[in-house]
Design a protein. Structure first.
Length: 293
């Protein structure tokens, strides 16, 4: 079987699921989700239940069996390219991501594995993109208020604009790693999109909508989406992915809001600097056809 450890918020969990789902599809093996990390994880909880995914949870026995390292079976991805000809992945292995760059060895997995990491690159699942987008559709229909916003998004030249603050601001450790995008980024991004579209209408999503209202000044139609509470963040994701263009934050959440839009004509603007910690390699995080500013 293919098993994946789920950690982090909704966007991170989506990356983990998408990568494992792609491996399961290629190997024609069952997929299991390890959600045990959330038992002691205070910041986030399991978030994927809103989607039409394969939701098979791993038992503790299955987790122990698949994670138990056997001799010569714990394979670091950084050494996979060297060892792939000597030790094909035909038996169960524990595979841990060593850094944020894409490792093509994952595409050649041929046996049961336990995947532990963030896997933040579409290259892990680009070959099954249609399947991933299908499974990341929501089980529920939008309520009346979200349907009203969705209708407005559909009839305007809509642009999602995401501002990520929250623990990026309040937690010194997280702030040191991620940092917060300044208004200069959003000004340049808005001007870039406006210069290439007609009559753009910006829909603002944020975990600090009060800050966004106070600080964001645009000379274009502007709508602040503020009615979806945290446990209904998937509704914001639905609205974002229906926008025609996107300005994302350094956030996996808005990354998915843009990626789930399958339109070949979309404009996606992303920050050139994703992390404050410049030692983190993000060259494979942003799809090639997105614009970095």
């Amino acid at each position: 079987m293919i098993m994946v450890r789920l950690v982090g918020g909704l966007g991170n969990q989506m990356f983990q699921y998408a990568t494992a789902r792609a491996v399961a599809y290629r190997t024609n093996m069952p997929l299991k989700l390890d959600v045990t990390a959330f038992a002691d994880y205070k910041l986030w909880s399991y978030r994927l239940g809103c989607f039409n995914i394969i939701e098979n949870f791993a038992t503790e026995t299955e987790i122990r069996r698949l994670r138990r390292p056997r001799r010569r079976q714990v394979i670091a991805l950084t050494t996979y390219e060297i060892r792939k000809h000597l030790l094909p992945w035909r038996r169960q292995s524990f595979v841990e991501e060593r850094d944020l760059s894409f490792d093509p060895g994952v595409l050649r997995i041929s046996g049961g594995v336990y995947l532990a990491g963030y896997w933040q690159s579409e290259k892990y699942f680009a070959d099954v993109a249609e399947l991933i987008r299908q499974e990341f559709t929501l089980k529920s229909e939008p309520d009346k208020l979200n349907q009203q916003v969705l209708d407005e998004i559909e009839v305007t030249n809509s642009v999602s604009l995401h501002i990520r603050r929250g623990d990026y601001v309040s937690d010194p450790v997280i702030n040191q790693v991620h940092g917060v995008l300044g208004l200069d980024y959003y000004s340049r991004a808005v001007n870039f999109v406006a210069g290439r579209t007609t009559q753009p209408h910006f829909f603002v999503f944020s975990d600090d909508i009060a800050w966004a209202k106070e600080n964001l000044r645009l000379s274009f139609p502007l709508s602040f989406v503020e009615h979806n509470v945290e446990d209904r963040e998937y509704e914001d994701l639905r609205l974002m992915c229906h926008c025609k263009h996107h300005i994302i934050a350094n956030s996996s959440f808005s990354w998915w809001g843009a990626w789930l839009n399958a339109s070949p004509d979309k404009i996606v603007v992303s920050p050139e600097k994703w992390f404050s910690d410049l030692s983190l390699d993000t060259k494979d995080l942003i799809p090639e056809h997105w614009v970095k500013i």
